[in-house]
Design a protein around this ligand. Structure first.
Ligand SMILES: [Zn+2]
Length: 278
């Protein structure tokens, strides 16, 4: 089983509409919450994080087939975040996507999910050229690596798409990324294209409403994913369309949790998967 740690109150207007992530008390079990009602959810479900056991609502369980390992299941949080972002972009087979920060933990998830969802071409940006080359090896035909800082991403994408632009943009850059990078990628979107932000660049982004209207572009925030989306991923992985074999696991027993946290600082981009074993 994978436990989706996203808890909702079940009784607010969003919850009654079945829209649980937009619950005013939405809370990550054992982690943090988004509203005053989160305290109650922490009291209802007090266990999480590095615990060996926990209680969770049955509706939050994703059933994993035997073909998905414990270590692979541990990646479902970030994978789901990327999958939900692609769905919010209404990403469809045959489309193109630009993934900013593609070699990171969220970005790599977005790449393998876009491949699974039938992407025609994936433009993948990153700073580390060794990791970008490794990423391209996952599907040399469909993945186009773009090293940040060489040429503007929008220029490369426009050239490669005959001036059309990409259908979707997944922003998976970290909080310290430059705003100019985000704006450059936004310029690579086609008319009517959707940019989904899951990375959380910390600085304000100056977006002009007039071109947004004329070109019908959207900039959309996306938080986590639903348990149903988690189940979709389990099915895709079992069917063989979603390749969870890309991760390099580094396993630690619970007693060595501090070493595991140090290992996270030393990781080789999104390929490394640091897991606390039970
Ligand atoms: Zn609620």
């Amino acid at each position: 089983m994978y436990v989706n740690p996203g808890l909702s109150c079940g009784s607010c207007l969003a919850c009654r509409r079945g829209d649980h992530i937009n619950c005013t008390a939405y809370t990550f079990q054992g982690y943090f919450g988004f509203g005053p009602g989160s305290q109650q959810l922490f009291e209802d479900y007090p266990y999480g994080g590095f615990g060996q056991y926990l209680t969770a609502p049955a509706a939050n369980l994703v059933k994993l087939p035997d073909s998905i390992s414990f270590e692979q299941g541990a990646r479902f949080g970030y994978l789901g975040t990327a999958y939900s972002a692609l769905r919010k972009a209404q990403f469809s087979p045959g489309q193109t996507v630009l993934i900013d920060g593609a070699t990171g933990t969220l970005g790599l998830g977005a790449v393998i999910l876009a491949l699974a969802m039938g992407a025609a071409r994936i433009f993948a940006t990153g700073r580390n050229t060794t990791l970008l080359e490794k990423l391209q090896q996952l599907d040399p035909q469909r993945i186009v690596p773009i090293a940040l800082g060489s040429r503007p991403t929008s220029e490369i994408v426009m050239e490669a798409t005959g001036g059309f632009g990409v259908d979707a943009l997944i922003e998976a850059l970290g909080p310290n990324a430059a705003v100019a990078t985000v704006l450059d990628s936004f310029n690579a979107l086609r008319h009517g294209g959707k940019a989904i932000n899951i990375g959380g660049v910390a600085d304000p982004i100056p977006l002009e409403p007039f071109p947004l209207m004329c070109l019908q572009k959207s900039y959309i925030g996306s938080l986590w994913f639903t348990t149903a989306e988690g189940q979709d991923m389990a099915v895709m992985a079992h069917a063989g369309t979603l390749n969870l074999g890309v991760f390099e696991h580094e396993r630690f027993p619970l007693e060595r949790v501090n070493e595991a946290l140090d290992a996270i600082d030393q990781r080789s981009g999104g390929f490394t998967n640091v897991v606390i074993m039970h």
